[in-house]
Design a protein around this ligand. Structure first.
Ligand code: ATP
Length: 199
């Protein structure tokens, strides 16, 4: 793939979805690693049947879908189970994302990654969405109604803000209003178009 593919990352509640929705509204194809991770284990998929073989049929709901809370509990407590799952899902998720990005017809495409800093071979540029921790907390409190302790656990388990920022080619600071974010996305979109045309 020699098309420009930009990864979007950022801590919980930083505004990745708010940013990617705006790029999408400008006509840019957006793939999402979390969505792909769900797509590849849909009922009827080979991967879901491999997972059920490994963990036993109790890992499925009565409707035959993956019982995610149960799987989360198992892999939280069992490192071998986590390794199995990572090995089994990695290839199908990458294939899914690659095919979505290859099918993109927009001038460039984007891949929303979760909060990680791990390099992803599908991307060739990284955009980090950044907001102060207090704002991350406030946004997630309001959006999900979860408690502060749970949110702080998630933030603590994610890579540190400075680690993420160190890997950024581009940064969108998102401490403010909807309008400010619209303007920043529009400016960055123009920058990416210029980048392609000067290549
Ligand atoms: P997660 O990691 O949990 O998926 P995220 O990084 O995708 O989070 P969003 O869901 O985009 O974050 O944003 C968190 C909340 O903050 C949402 O309710 C969103 O509408 C709101 N929000 C984000 N940016 C802004 C902004 N600039 N102005 C107002 N509200 C915002």
């Amino acid at each position: 793939m020699n098309r420009l593919i930009i990864g979007i990352t950022g801590g919980i509640g930083s505004g990745k979805t708010a940013v990617s929705n705006r790029f999408q509204a400008l006509g840019i194809t957006i793939a999402d690693a979390d969505v792909a991770a769900r797509t590849v284990v849909q009922p009827g998929s080979k991967l879901l049947s491999d997972i059920a073989k490994h963990f036993g049929p109790d890992i499925l709901t009565v409707a035959g879908a993956l019982n995610r809370p149960k799987l989360r509990t198992i892999i939280f407590a069992d490192i071998d189970a986590r390794r199995f799952l990572e090995r089994a899902t990695h290839g199908p998720i990458m294939d899914q994302l690659r095919s979505e990005l290859t099918a993109a017809t927009s001038p460039y495409a984007m891949l929303v990654l979760s909060a990680g800093t791990g390099q992803n071979p599908l991307i060739n540029r990284m955009l980090v969405v950044d907001a102060p921790i207090e704002l991350q907390q406030a946004r997630v409190l309001e959006r999900d109604g979860s408690d502060l302790e749970t949110i702080n656990h998630i933030i603590a388990a994610q890579p540190a803000r400075r680690e993420r920022l160190a890997l950024a080619d581009d940064i969108i600071e998102n401490p403010g209003s909807e309008q400010a974010l619209d303007d920043k996305v529009a400016a960055l979109h123009q920058f990416y178009l210029d980048l392609i045309h000067h290549d």
